[in-house]
Design a protein around this ligand. Structure first.
Ligand SMILES: *Cc1c(COP(=O)(O)O)cnc(C)c1O
Length: 349
């Protein structure tokens, strides 16, 4: 732990085997220009829409995203969902049976799963009772083996943003990667950490097409970081990790930004309306304020409400067994009609 601002030397953080390996070089890596006849990748020569391998580095999609965000496309990695980026970050920087990641409790489950699959230790710190980061606990919990800290903001399942100053304190003081998962940032009032990329060499920002963009079925996740960190992810990813269809559909969605923005507006409106309605129900003890597209609700008996809703054909997520979430349901904001049915069903209970 250093008090001075961290300037990360990626080569000392990365696993030695990955630093030293020579990456796979695909046909499309070795020649990526235009030609008349391609006889280099053992593809089927007969015309069909998908007889050719996709662009391994997704040049067009990255250009389109980065032009909008004002970031160099060499600072963006695209994955098969953000889950791929989470997995690759852990595999690139954490030595199995030796290094650790640090996560908050509660948070998104995939950080822990990816670590466990890779035999990487998981350290965890409990959030405060109002679901924020406790800096003292954080500083006390970090050890020399901690390579990556995962901060989900707005957090899943709490729905709350972590304090900006607290995240900045972690970025300044932690001598490893700080991954901020912004899967729900479109629904939040606070701005993204993307623009802090030029200030913090240890910052990694995750985004996804799965929530606000309405493309969970597509599987496309974004990871922004320094050129050095992105180069490491590109070095170890599977050569053709994003299919041609995914790249085409993502480009189409990006040209329709207004649609996404309208969806977000409507979801935020519904979320705020749903929050008020839920508060008026006798079965509801507390509605936690949300910066996301879901609401965490403490009810008198989560099991009972969950099971009753299921009999009414409405599925929510029971988070009762999660730290700090006793008797809590996580409810995704639906359409106006769906939300009305939800409220009606809880009233009938
Ligand atoms: C839904 C979600 C994601 C999205 O993961 P994908 O693999 O991109 O679908 C990432 N992080 C958090 C915290 C989420 O809740």
């Amino acid at each position: 732990m250093r008090q001075k601002q961290v300037v990360l030397d990626i080569n000392t953080l990365i696993r030695k085997n990955i630093l030293n390996m020579k990456p796979y070089s695909s046909a499309r890596d070795e020649f990526n220009g235009k030609a008349d006849i391609y006889l280099d990748a053992n593809e089927n020569p007969f015309p069909s829409s998908y007889n050719r391998y996709p662009d391994p580095l997704q040049f067009q999609v990255k250009e389109e995203i980065c032009r909008y965000e004002g970031i160099k496309s060499s600072q963006l990695f695209l994955g098969n969902g953000s889950d791929e980026a989470i997995d690759l970050l852990i595999r690139a920087f954490c030595e199995p049976n030796k290094d650790s990641i640090l996560v908050t409790e509660p948070t998104y489950g995939m950080y822990r799963i990816c670590a466990e699959v890779n035999a990487v230790n998981v350290q965890h710190i409990l959030l405060t009772h109002d679901f924020d980061l406790d800096l003292d606990t954080f500083l006390k919990s970090v050890t020399n083996s901690t390579k990556i800290v995962f901060l989900c903001s707005p957090n899943n399942p709490t729905g709350k943003l972590l304090g900006r100053e607290r995240i900045e304190a972690v970025l300044k003081q932690f001598n490893g990667l700080v991954v901020i998962d912004e899967a729900y940032i479109d629904f939040a009032s606070s701005k993204s950490f993307l623009e802090a990329l030029s200030t913090y060499s240890n910052l990694v920002v995750l985004r996804t097409f799965s929530k606000a963009w309405g493309l969970a079925g597509l599987r496309l996740g974004l990871c922004f970081a320094s050129e050095e960190i992105i180069a490491v992810l590109n070095k170890i990813k599977h050569p053709y990790n994003i299919s041609s269809t995914t790249q085409e559909l993502a480009l189409e969605a990006l040209k329709n930004r207004v649609t996404k923005e309208n969806w977000v507006k409507e979801v935020v409106q519904e979320r705020d309306r749903l929050t008020i309605e839920l508060k008026s129900l006798p079965q509801v003890q507390h509605v936690f304020p949300s910066d996301a597209n879901f609401i965490l609700v403490r009810v008198t008996d989560a099991h009972r409400v969950y099971n009753y809703l299921m009999t009414q054909g409405i599925i929510v997520r029971n988070r009762s067994s999660v730290a700090l979430c006793f008797n809590c349901l996580r409810i995704t904001v639906g359409t106006h009609k769906e939300n009305k049915r939800l409220i009606q069903a809880i009233k009938e209970l």
